[in-house]
Write a protein that binds this ligand. Sequence first.
Ligand code: FES
Length: 220
Amino acid sequence: MSTPSRTVPIMFTTSEPVPPISFDGPADYPTDVLASLTAESDDIVARYPESRSALLPLLHLVQSNDGYLTRAGVAFCADRLGLTTAQVASVATFYSMYRQQPTGEYLVGVCTNTLCAVMGGDAILADLTQRLGIAPGETTPDGSVTLEHVECNAACDHAPVVMVNWEFFDAQTPESAARLVADLQAGQPPAPSRGAPALCTFRQTARLLAGVPEQPGGAS
Ligand code: FES
């Protein structure tokens, strides 16, 4: 007696292959910049028993120099830590704090995850998009503001939340967010709702996250 054939349902489908990860910008640093980055990276790497553990702060360090991750920055991290550029890219593209496009002085992220969205986050993003004349992911022509929509920042009890260079501005409305962005563009950044007493620029924030002095060379 033959065994009846079974139809096995297809549980998964394959998707189209995605393009390889690539970075833009210059491929090399000028000699003086390379010397400065090398000196500062020496201090960072020395804090870790395994040099590769320094990758996250080194990515912030090169981002503080360039405003985003350039080909030169990725290659610098790989060379400095004995990694391949593919290994660096796999980490750099996992965390949303590392950016692949040039970033304005202030990275304004509007949370549009579920709670913030229903509390007004969608309206805030739509209003800022119209006011600034840019789409999420783009930067104003004067280089002051990069707008993006962000996922939940674990601050749902303060919804809707706007983040500027990863500092919280709680319980926003379209009107208050418009004032916030106007102040940023006027060079008068307001204090965050909590946490840091004052806002830093995107590059200054990246230096803080890298754990190096605010100014290159050690001055703060
Ligand atoms: S949904 Fe916006 S912080 Fe959680």
